[in-house]
Design a protein around this ligand. Structure first.
Ligand code: ZN
Length: 115
């Protein structure tokens, strides 16, 4: 499975570290460091491997924190809103394979002229 190492969003190039192990006593599976443009994602929770769908949801979750930080800093999304939107976006892609194909084709189209 190919996971992106970076995601560019609103001129921020955000590095994604996929194998981060949180050492704090926490169920935390993801974290974003806005000032360093870095997302940490754990593949484990309580020493158990997490399903890939949960890992993908964590990526959307942290990207939504970034979007909220960039675009709505005076009115940031709540944790509950971010949880709900991240779940729905993951479901939209996982349950509808044509969604992913559409965005892959769109990315190819958009990047053709730019190189
Ligand atoms: Zn969060």
């Amino acid at each position: 499975m190919t996971r992106p190492k970076y995601v560019e969003m609103a001129s921020h190039n955000i590095r994604i570290i996929w194998n981060y192990i949180f050492t704090e006593d926490t169920d935390n599976c993801g974290q974003i460091h806005h000032e360093h443009n870095r997302i940490l994602i754990s593949k484990l929770v309580q020493n158990q491997k997490r399903p890939e769908t949960q890992i993908a949801t964590t990526l959307f979750h942290e990207l939504l924190h970034k979007a909220s930080n960039i675009f709505a800093y005076e009115n940031e999304l709540t944790e509950n809103s971010i949880n709900a939107i991240a779940e729905l976006l993951t479901q939209a892609f996982v349950s509808n394979p044509d969604m992913g194909k559409y965005f892959v084709e769109l990315a190819k189209m958009e990047n053709k002229g730019g190189e």
